[in-house]
Design a protein around this ligand. Sequence first.
Ligand SMILES: [Zn+2]
Length: 64
Amino acid sequence: MIFRRKPKKPQSVRHLPKCSFCGTQRGERGVKLIAGGGVYICSECVSVANEILRGHTPPAPMGT
Ligand SMILES: [Zn+2]
């Protein structure tokens, strides 16, 4: 007898895409998410990245 194996479908958990950098979910604080290759970046991180690219380093989030 030949058994046809049914392909196991991983239980698709519907989760909102979130920023791979800061973890902000889409819609949070009105941010937009830009999808990359399996990652997302939010508009806030984009602006931070722009600042860095322009030569302005933002204050470190961790202050000692
Ligand atoms: Zn972000």
